[in-house]
Design a protein. Structure first.
Length: 170
């Protein structure tokens, strides 16, 4: 009598059902509102309209500003498109039950973000002491001395150096 192996058959049928979920495709183009040029590397992300913190899917635009997002949800969605230095744009997306599985949202134009940046100033203190092999090197410009002061005033500030009354350094 033949034995029928039900487990492999059940796995194959289950995998087919899992992959049979409807795939919905959202496409569009992102351009600059200022000059109409396509924006390469802009981000397009799909979130739930009820909870915009719930990220569902996303894509990055190609050199022609086009994006393509694939999702399997039929919930009420919101498409958010952004680019560095420009204001983000959003559009509500709806797939009708039993309707088309693809949706072209058209062209989304991103406007400038009239935010001027100020210059950043980075400053640091110069290293006072540096060890080079068996020699300790002091950076004289890292120590503050009055203009026109003597070398003795600088040496007195060096850690571990002492100036005796007769002017010798110990």
């Amino acid at each position: 009598m033949k034995k029928v192996h039900y487990l492999p058959l059940a796995l194959l049928l289950g995998a087919g059902v899992a992959f049979a979920a409807p795939r919905r495709v959202i496409t569009g183009t992102v351009v600059s509102q200022k000059d109409g040029r396509p924006l390469e590397l802009a981000t397009a992300r799909l979130v739930l309209r009820a909870d915009t913190t719930k990220f569902l899917a996303g894509a990055v635009t190609d050199s022609l500003g086009r994006f393509r997002i694939v999702t399997d949800t039929t919930a009420a969605l919101r498409l958010r498109v952004g680019f560095v230095g420009l204001r983000s744009a959003g559009r509500d997306v709806n797939f009708a039950a039993g309707g088309a599985d693809s949706l072209d949202v058209g062209t989304l134009a991103l406007a400038g973000n009239d935010m001027a940046l100020r210059a950043a100033v980075v400053s640091t203190a110069a290293a006072r002491v540096e060890q080079q092999g068996d020699t300790t090197v002091f950076n004289a410009s890292a120590f503050r001395t009055a203009e026109g002061s003597s070398l003795e005033a600088l040496v007195k500030q060096l850690p571990g150096a002492e100036v005796s009354d007769d002017g010798t350094v110990k």
